[in-house]
Design a protein around this ligand. Structure first.
Ligand code: ACM
Length: 265
């Protein structure tokens, strides 16, 4: 089954143009037989807003807003799953840094980033729910957003709940997550799809190098540092069901959970 990371270059503060870019990438992905495509974090607005009131102009409700509606139409037309990041307008004027998932039958889920990076706290409220696992079209997938990579608890919880393909919309500025996601793959024996962006916004340059990894930690495909690209890999999600790291070591059964209590204090 083909999956893809759409490494795009969103234009700052131009959501209409960026939606057109996502439409083109969905069409290209579908032409190549891709069934699940992941777009970067905040891929319709851009990232580096200094004032919440500037971002508020572009934040949109989910699923009623224009981006989710467009993605729902594209998912239906092309019979694909789309995961991507956007600025979600919440109830009381709050903005969440969210990942949305839609499929051929419509809206699936919206996950609000839990771990805000750097000064994101000036713009966004953190989410308050852990991500969920969804089962669709042969994929058991979950979502984290960018800096959530630094908190292995999330991918662990998702794996324990059956996640086989971990989707990560990202706007990475450090060159670390690409390395860490290889570890997340190995320690959980899951596939990961990191869709990072490219380009520079004022003081920030994004690091590209989007990647798709398998449960052995192999990088199946990796993007360039600067160039927009659709990165496609063929995966068999069933490989993620084998949790044996060696013939005698099982990453679920061999845990010593009775000794891990300090993890949650
Ligand atoms: C990040 O969380 N955008 C680095």
């Amino acid at each position: 089954m083909k999956v893809a990371a759409a490494q795009i270059h969103p234009r700052f503060g131009r959501p209409e143009d960026n939606r057109v870019i996502t439409r083109r990438y969905c069409q290209r992905a579908a032409q190549q037989g891709v069934r699940l495509v992941v777009f970067p974090e905040l891929c319709t607005t851009g990232y580096n807003f200094s004032r919440k009131k500037d971002l508020l102009k572009f934040a949109e409700p989910v699923p009623k807003g224009p981006t989710t509606q467009l993605w729902m139409n594209l998912a239906k037309t092309h019979r694909i799953i789309i995961v991507g990041g956007l600025a979600e307008l919440g109830g009381e004027g709050e903005i969440f840094n969210s990942a949305v998932a839609v499929g051929p039958k419509g809206f699936i889920d919206c996950y609000r980033k839990l771990h805000l990076f750097g000064s994101e706290g000036r713009l966004f409220s953190p989410g308050s729910h852990i991500p969920q696992v969804h089962s669709l079209m042969g994929f058991k997938f979950g979502m984290i957003v960018c800096f959530d990579w630094a908190f292995p608890e999330l991918s662990r919880i998702l794996m324990l709940e059956g996640c086989e393909v971990l989707c990560q919309p990202a706007n990475l500025v450090l060159p670390l997550a690409q390395r860490v996601m290889i570890a997340r793959s190995i320690e959980n024996r899951i596939f990961t799809i990191t869709a990072n962006r490219v380009g520079t916004e004022r003081t920030l340059t994004f690091t590209g190098r989007s990647q798709i990894t398998n449960p052995s930690g192999d990088v199946l495909v990796r993007g360039r540092v600067k160039r927009p690209q659709l990165l496609v890999a063929e995966i068999n999600p069933a490989e993620a069901r084998n949790k044996n790291l060696t013939p005698t070591n099982n990453i679920i059964a061999d845990r010593r959970v009775e000794l891990y209590k300090r993890l949650v204090v």
